[in-house]
Design a protein around this ligand. Structure first.
Ligand code: NDP
Ligand code: 8X3
Length: 257
C-alpha cells in the first residue's frame, strides 16, 4: 500500500455524500486536501471538523464546476503548497428528473451535461498536464452503473455517465507512457442527497428510492476510491463496478416491502 500522507488530493463535490466521505478517509490518512463545491459554508464546516480531528491541511474552493473561467483562475491562484496536485477526484455530479426523453426538460439536460461531463473535463484538462510534467498523479472519475446500463427514464443522466466511462478509457489511453493513473469508480445505489437533488427537493419521492433495501453508504464508495489510489504505483485499477447486495442491475432490486 502506498501512503497518501502529505499528498495533495483535490475532490470536487466535497460538500455532501461520496465527496464528503472521500475527504474524510483521505484526511484521516494524512493527505492535504483541496475541497471544491458551490456550498462554501458546508466546505468550511467540513474543513473545520477535519482540521480538529486529524490536524488536516485544507484549502476550500467555492466553485461551480460548470464555470471553466472560474476553475482556471482558482487553480492559478492556489497557494504554492497546494499547487502540485497528486490526486484529482472528479466526483461532483447530479441527476435531474426521471422523465421520458421526449418529455424531458432542456434545463435538466443542460445542468447534467454541463456538470457531469464538461465540469469533469475542465478539471482534467487543467490539472493533468502538471501531473504529466511532474511524473506522478492519479485521476479518479465517479461514473455509475448508469453508464453501463441505461434504465427507463434515465436517458440523459445515463448518457452523461456513459460519457464519463468513455472519457476515463480515453484518458487512460492518452496517458500511456506516463506514470499517471486513471480509475473510474462506478457505483449502483448509494444513499446520499442524490435522489433529493434528482427530484428537485421532493423529499418523499427521494426517500422512496431507498425503501425496503440496504443501499451502499458514501463511506463504502470512499473506501474503494482510497483502495484504488493506494495501490502500488505500477498498478492501475481502471474500473470498479460496485453495487449493494440488494441490487443486481440498474433496474433489479431486492425490496423487502
Ligand atoms: P450528492 O448530491 O450527495 O453530492 C453531489 C456533490 O456534487 C455535492 O457536493 C454538490 O455540491 C456537488 N455538485 C453538484 N453540482 C455541482 C456544481 N455545478 N459545481 C460544483 N459542485 C457541484 O450526491 P452523491 O454523493 O451521490 O454524488 C457524487 C457523485 O457520485 C456524482 O457524480 C453522482 O453522479 C455519482 N453517483 C452517485 C450514485 C448514488 O446512487 N448516489 C451512484 C453512482 C454514481 P454543491 O451542491 O455544494 O455544489
Ligand atoms: C446513480 C445510480 O442507478 O440511481 O448514478 O442512476 S442510479
Amino acid at each position: 500500500m502506498v501512503s497518501v500522507r502529505h499528498q495533495i488530493v483535490l475532490i470536487t463535490g466535497a460538500s455532501s455524500g461520496i465527496g464528503e466521505a472521500t475527504a474524510q478517509i483521505f484526511a484521516q490518512a494524512g493527505a492535504k486536501l483541496i475541497l471544491v463545491a458551490r456550498r462554501q459554508e458546508r466546505l468550511a464546516q467540513l474543513a473545520d471538523d477535519l482540521n480538529k480531528e486529524f490536524a488536516s491541511d485544507i484549502h476550500t474552493m467555492q466553485l461551480d464546476v460548470r464555470d471553466r473561467t472560474s476553475i482556471e483562475s482558482a487553480l492559478a491562484q492556489l497557494p504554492s503548497e497546494f499547487s502540485a496536485i497528486d490526486v484529482l477526484i472528479n466526483n461532483a455530479g447530479l441527476s435531474r428528473g426521471l422523465d421520458k426523453l421526449y418529455q424531458g426538460s432542456y434545463q435538466d439536460w443542460e445542468e447534467m451535461i454541463d456538470t457531469n461531463i464538461k465540469g469533469l473535463l475542465y478539471f482534467t484538462r487543467a490539472i493533468v498536464p502538471g501531473m504529466v510534467s511532474r511524473g506522478r498523479g492519479h485521476v479518479v472519475n465517479l461514473g455509475s452503473i448508469a453508464g453501463h446500463q441505461t434504465y427507463p427514464n434515465g436517458n440523459v443522466y445515463c448518457a452523461t455517465k456513459a460519457a464519463v466511462k468513455a472519457i476515463s478509457e480515453g484518458l487512460k489511453q492518452d496517458l500511456l507512457g506516463t506514470p499517471v493513473r486513471v480509475t473510474s469508480v462506478d457505483p449502483g445505489m448509494v444513499e446520499t442527497e442524490f435522489s433529493q437533488v434528482r427530484f428537485h427537493g421532493d423529499t418523499e419521492r427521494g426517500n422512496q428510492v431507498y425503501q425496503g433495501l440496504k443501499p451502499l453508504t458514501p463511506e463504502d464508495v470512499a473506501d474503494v476510491i482510497f483502495f484504488c489510489v493506494t495501490r502500488s504505483p505500477h498498478v492501475n485499477i481502471s474500473e470498479v463496478l460496485m453495487m449493494p447486495v440488494d441490487q443486481s442491475s440498474s433496474t433489479l432490486f431486492n425490496r423487502r416491502g
